[in-house]
Design a protein around this ligand. Structure first.
Ligand code: GLP
Length: 239
């Protein structure tokens, strides 16, 4: 695992977007694994700018996760997030973007088909990841199986509290999500995890310096041969 500590969140997120743009430039038909969350907003802002010069027309993408029960047009769905943050602003083809359908009649079947679609696309070249304050990646909460595949997970109270700020007052954060599994994520050929802010420092320390354990799902990245962790000084402050 390569750990890079940048002076600021801006520098860390810019570095992430540069990595993605240089992959798309070198391999215009690459497959990207994409993430959501506040950390990724500046990454996508920089991609929107860079995408003027670099075409995403041949790129395929698979998102990590989606809330069960939210239709693609729901304001807090990750479908909507991706459209607003990235897809509506670049030349990626809508049919080449894949976000699990939270409103699928059978979320379990949707999860299985999603995993199969990743395999059919030849796997993911670069998986972008954020980090939950409890050490989750995607929505693989603590004690998720390290070999897990894309499936339905119950969200912890901590995650639902952390994400409540994004929902309207009085609106419940969904209880379940469809998420790529830890095993699915580990099959990506390269991984780029971005964490910024001192509130992530404990999770970052557990991920990098702790034992590899399902108690901190992100710690499994210690075993990935091509994982880069981009941090700002706040997120690195407990190392
Ligand atoms: C959500 C997402 C994760 C993301 C995490 C961190 O729970 N499912 O994929 O990494 O939030 O989000 P933020 O960047 O807002 O801290």
């Amino acid at each position: 695992m390569k750990v890079l500590i940048l002076k600021s969140a801006e520098l860390a997120t810019e570095a992430a977007s540069r990595e993605i743009l240089s992959l798309v430039e070198a391999k215009p038909d690459c497959t990207l694994g994409l993430a959501t969350g506040g950390t990724m907003e500046p990454v996508y802002a920089a991609l929107r700018q860079g995408a003027g010069a670099i075409s995403f027309a041949g790129v395929r993408s698979f998102n990590l996760d989606e809330y069960v029960g939210l239709a693609p047009d729901h304001a807090q769905s990750y479908h909507r997030y991706m459209a607003e943050q990235l897809f509506d602003h670049i030349d990626i083809r809508p049919e080449n973007t894949h976000v699990p359908r939270g409103d699928a009649a059978s979320p379990n079947t949707e999860a299985r088909l999603f995993d199969e679609a990743i395999a059919a696309a030849g796997g993911i070249d670069l998986q972008l990841l954020g980090l939950g304050a409890n050490g989750h990646i995607g929505f693989n909460e603590p004690f998720s199986s390290l070999g897990s595949r894309t499936r339905v997970k119950t969200l912890t109270r901590k995650t639902r509290e952390d994400n409540a700020r994004l929902f309207a007052e009085g609106e419940e954060v969904p209880t379940y999500a469809i998420t790529m599994g830890v095993g699915t994520i580990m099959e990506a050929r390269r991984i780029l995890l971005v964490a910024t802010g001192a509130h992530k420092a404990c999770a970052v320390a557990a991920m990098i310096e702790g034992p590899v354990s399902a108690a901190c799902p992100a710690s499994v990245l210690q075993f990935h041969p091509q994982a880069t962790i981009l941090l700002d000084e706040g997120a690195a402050s407990a190392l």
